[in-house]
Design a protein around this ligand. Structure first.
Ligand SMILES: [Fe+2]
Length: 315
């Protein structure tokens, strides 16, 4: 009986495909079976320990990252959000911050980079956390945002770009009014079509579905969302609305607005597809697993005020 349960335990580890830790746990399971002289109680204790190790392995995400937007106000609210991001990092280390635009208020002046970026996030930057930015409407007011694109701390290979981190491929858009969609849209479709990443996440500054003061962006609903559906984009992240909102999946895509990163808050309502919305300072944390993405909205007082999950749908 013990032998059968142990074998099942090992089978789960293989089926879940959860990597070296799980496999080492599975190997450890085989040891007491080979040495039955250690006795039943020893085997049970070993199985319990192994089960605990497996549970820990399952809890470890493939990738953890956070997202924030509408940050660059250099004010106490931005610093409070940054402090919350730092505290979360200390308890849940991450290597990536999605910085979804309006990185420097009011006019994207690069000479404010210290107060609007380097100071508030200094603890994260010192630890090697990588910020990957996109351009917001305020960012293009100076030199059309070119100096932000060139700023090394924003890790932008261009005005729009893609990068992959383990199981996730990110597609970063320039959603501003003066962007050249005649080149960006075909680029996006080409990159989406050739991606074999199980998780595809797109981010840009402007909303697509929103219950904030700007509301939906009809042009993006018509031109971007169909691509998301066609190529299985599970998540779109943006700011611009100075609030937080998470939708239920709309044609397979969850839309998360995290524009509560420092600029003055604005009201947000609800729509039929809204799972949760709040006008509250904070940031959003994402934990990517092989079978799901867990989402947490975290406030400056460190409270988790929204939780959601995106399950991986296998086509
Ligand atoms: Fe904006």
């Amino acid at each position: 009986m013990q032998r059968r349960s142990l074998l099942i335990l090992g089978g789960v580890a293989v089926a879940a495909g959860i990597g070296k830790v799980a496999l080492s746990a599975m190997n450890a399971v085989s040891s007491p079976m080979q040495n039955e002289s250690s006795g039943a109680s020893g085997a049970i204790a070993q199985a319990q320990q192994d089960s605990s190790t497996l549970a820990q392995a399952r809890k470890q995400p493939l990738l953890r990252f956070v997202a924030t937007a509408d940050t660059g106000s250099s004010n106490e609210n931005q610093y409070a959000v940054a402090a919350a991001m730092t505290r979360y990092y200390q308890q849940n280390p991450y290597k990536l911050v999605v910085l979804a635009g309006d990185n420097i208020y009011t006019d994207g002046e690069i000479d404010k980079i210290n107060s609007a970026f380097e100071q508030p996030y200094q603890a994260l930057l010192k630890n090697g956390v990588v910020f990957r930015a996109c351009l917001g409407n305020h960012d293009i007011r100076s030199a059309n945002g070119d100096r932000q694109v060139q700023y090394p701390g924003f890790h932008m290979p261009g005005r729009y770009y893609t990068f992959r981190d383990k199981a996730v491929q990110f597609f970063v858009l320039d959603t501003n009014v003066n962007t050249d969609w005649s080149t960006q849209l075909p680029w996006l479709e080409k990159e989406l079509s050739r991606s074999n990443a199980p998780w595809k996440i797109v981010y840009g500054h402007h909303p697509i579905y929103s219950s904030g003061v700007y509301g939906n962006t009809q042009g993006f609903i018509e031109n971007l969302s169909p691509l998301f559906k066609k190529y299985g984009v599970q998540l779109y992240i943006n700011g611009h609305e100075h609030s937080y909102e998470r939708t239920r999946p709309i044609n397979g895509t969850t839309y998360v607005i995290t524009g509560n990163g420092g600029a003055h808050l604005r009201a947000v309502g609800r729509s039929p597809w809204t799972e949760y919305s709040a006008s509250r300072y904070g940031f959003t944390a994402f934990e990517v697993f092989s079978d799901r993405i867990n989402i947490q909205a975290i406030a400056t007082d460190h409270q988790v005020f929204d939780r959601g999950t995106i399950p991986l749908k296998v086509a």
